[in-house]
Write a protein that binds this ligand. Sequence first.
Ligand code: IPE
Ligand code: IPE
Ligand code: MG
Length: 252
Amino acid sequence: MSGSEPTSPARSNIPRHVAVIMDGNGRWARKRSLPRHAGHRSGVKSVREVVENSARYGVEYLTLFAFSSENWRRPEEEVGMLMSLFLEALRREVADLHKNNVRLRFIGERECLDSKLNEKISNAEALTADNTGLRLQVAVAYGGRWDIVEAARSVASKVVSGEISPESIDEATFAAELQLGGAPDPDLLIRTGGEQRISNFLLWNLAYAELWFTDVLWPDFGQAEFEAALAYYSERQRRYGHTGEQLEAVKC
Ligand code: IPE
Ligand code: IPE
Ligand code: MG
């Protein structure tokens, strides 16, 4: 990884976990009279950059929304092209990610993916499993509601088998069954492309995330935008239901 040393914001208030809805590839292409796939292709460069910037700033977890459960509704040609692009990106990037100590993990409904892609995903996860740097989590064929239903199913089967009792189920035991089980909740959600919605991303895990939206389209998202999001985050007072005065009192 290359690039300049961080100058701002201060390292003291860096989010531990950043989640990103990478939106706007299609519009980026349309603005240039290019086919949508040109936008997706150009978006890969921004993925590389956000990974580098996250590592540079000491973010521990980065979760990227690459393809939603609902994106299967897109024209077959676009879906096929996106799947080929994921495969190509894995082929091209995994060695470098490994060299940079990145630990890669995929979340989503793998059964829906083609066997070649699944094999690449499993190999990439196995190769990088012991890495201790940035934890990069890529959501493919992922939906927040699907994730919650799967977790509920898993908890229910543990109850049926007698492993746990219904009374013992609490937020922590439930969260452990989710796709991101074990990872801290995202502190900061970034969405590019101008829309201010969650689009069925990490519905449970984003409960207390700080939200940062930008009109910048994903292929144009670079270090300056990432730093702007970090700067926004560093100014937030995270109250989790407390009053601001309570938090000020703790500081003194
Ligand atoms: C995000 O860009 C990529 C995926 C959802 C796969 P879009 O393809 O949604 O781009 P817009 O929103 O049409 O511009
Ligand atoms: C959200 O973008 C999903 C990803 C970025 C992978 P969409 O473009 O699919 O979202 P909507 O349909 O505009 O809500
Ligand atoms: Mg979109």
